[in-house]
Structures are given as C-alpha cells and as structure tokens.
Design a protein around this ligand. Sequence first.
Ligand code: XMP
Length: 324
Amino acid sequence: MDPERFLDEAIPKVQAAVPAPSKAIVAASGGIDSTVAAVVVTKALGERATALFIDTGLLRRGEVAKTEEVLNGAGVPHRVVPAASDFFRVLKGVTDPEKKRKSIGETFIRVFEKEAVALHADYLVQGTIAPDWIESGSAAEGKGGPSARDTIKTHHNVGGLPPDMKLKVVEPLRDLYKDEVRTLARHLKVPAPERQPFPGPGLAVRVVGEVTPERTEIARVACAVVEEEVERAAHDGKMPLPWQYFATLLPVRTVGVIGDVRTHADAVSVRAVESIDAMTATAVAIPHDVLRRISERITRELSGKVSRVLYDITDKPPATIEWE
Ligand code: XMP
C-alpha cells in the first residue's frame, strides 16, 4: 500500500461523502485505526470534523489519559464524553456475547446521536478496517449481497449499528488491513499508540458472563497486572512483546483458601498471542517465572475475589483471540 496514493484518493472521497457545510463526528477510541481515520478526516474536513472519545466505563486502567495523549500527539481536536452509566444500564443481565456486542454498539450510537444533535452533525466517521466487517459476516457488509463467510463475531462498530440509526456512517479505512493502517500511521506521523490493540467493546468481552461495574473492575485490575508484568519481561529481554496480552474474568467460581479460611471466588485466564493481522493468531509462551508472578499478584491484588489463575494456550483458529 502506497500511503501517498491512498491519501490522494481517500481525502476527496471523504469530502464527497460529507459535502460542505455538513459536519461529522469521529468516533475516536485512541486505538490506531480510529486515530488514523480521525487524522484523514481532519485533513479532509478541517473544523467540520469533531472527534469524540466515549468513556464507557469498560476501559483499561489509565486509558482516558493515554488516549488524550495519542489524540493530542496526532493533532486531532477532541472531547471526552463520560457515559459509563449508559453502558452498565444496557449490559445489566446480558450474558450472550453477541447480545453484549450489539447492546454496546447501539449504546455507542445513541451517545453519538445525542452529541451529534448538539454539534449539528449528520455524519459519523468510524475507523472500521477490513477484518472487522469480514469477521462480522455478510449482514454487516451492508450491500445485501451473499457472502461466503458466516458471522464469527459481530464487531461492535459493524454489526451493532441499530437499523434506525440517524447518522450516516463514513469509513475511510474500510478496505485496509492492520499492517496497512500501521504503514499509513507512520507516514502520517501518528504517534504509535504504545499500547496493544484493544477491542471496541472494551473489558466487556473480557468479562465472560454478566458485565457489572464490580466484575469489570476485577478484569481491569487483572489486565493491568498482565500488561505490567509482560511489558516488564519484554523490557528485561525475557520475551518479545506479544501482539496482545491480557486477562479474562471467567464465569467460574472455584474453591480456594486464605490462611485457614475456605474461599469461593472467581477464576481468571491469562493469554498472550502473536499475530500479523488478527485474522489468525498463535499463543505465545510467557516464561514460567513471569506467569508465577502474574498469578501471585492477581490473587494478592484481588484477594478474596480471585482464587485461581489459568493460562490459555490456544491458537486462533480454533479459538478466537478474545474469549467472547
Ligand atoms: P478475535 O477475538 O475476533 O479478535 O480473534 C480479533 C481482534 O479484534 C479485537 N476485537 C474487537 N475489536 N470490536 C473491535 O473493535 C470488537 O467487537 C472486537 N472483538 C475482538 C481483538 O482484541 C483482536 O485484536
């Protein structure tokens, strides 16, 4: 992919899709895809574009500050919209992974619609890339045509769009794969987000079963421990930094013991994978001493809440990267 040629085509396409004086809001997550999309659209539309970062309550530790740093570094004017209570309300009682994604997708859109009214915007720009819609199956392609693929997962920014949505969607990176987005990011001098890819539905897909503020906090602490320990191990030369490394809270309560008191608490899985484009992935080896430290820290920092730490060594396929 030649970045210059891509931009020569993409910028006029965005200008045609959002004719003056119409305005667009940009769904910014701080991840590389939406940040690159925001830069392309800011180049195309200037002040007619406004980037919004939604604080869903499903974010990793430190995510708001990190995202603001990335967007500032990329020169993207933006605003943070606090919306955690909206998301936890729709997730109450939901355990089915597809329903979770759709509820989250719809809530994102409702929050964006509310903001769009205030900003007089008619368009919503998303950083959707090719694997997002390929994995979301034919229904998400929006063309009504047959597809050879079945739905693997409805990625929230594709299949979760409600049918009555008022905003018109613009997706400037729709045909690109992850490695191409990275090439474009380097060309645009977008500060490489230091952090690994993170799914749009956030920690909700790392809490298997019902997503509550309390269970999300357990996943947040466990993910932070895995991130810190794997990054430390990579920094110390014990292992290469993997594509993704995280913890998932399982809907399994197991028996443990603290002192001489029996506990009945949650189980957490630890996973690290290598991948090129997220379409396939290989589970990578975390050195045993690092795993032991992760287990020791998770059970200490979540004492009484997590009593067992498991290590997931499954490739994609047959598993997917996330548990849901
Ligand atoms: P899976 O779990 O499908 O994930 O192997 C492939 C890559 O996509 C991320 N992921 C998502 N990203 N919306 C997103 O924007 C989603 O619903 C979603 N689900 C998974 C995942 O973290 C991995 O990088």
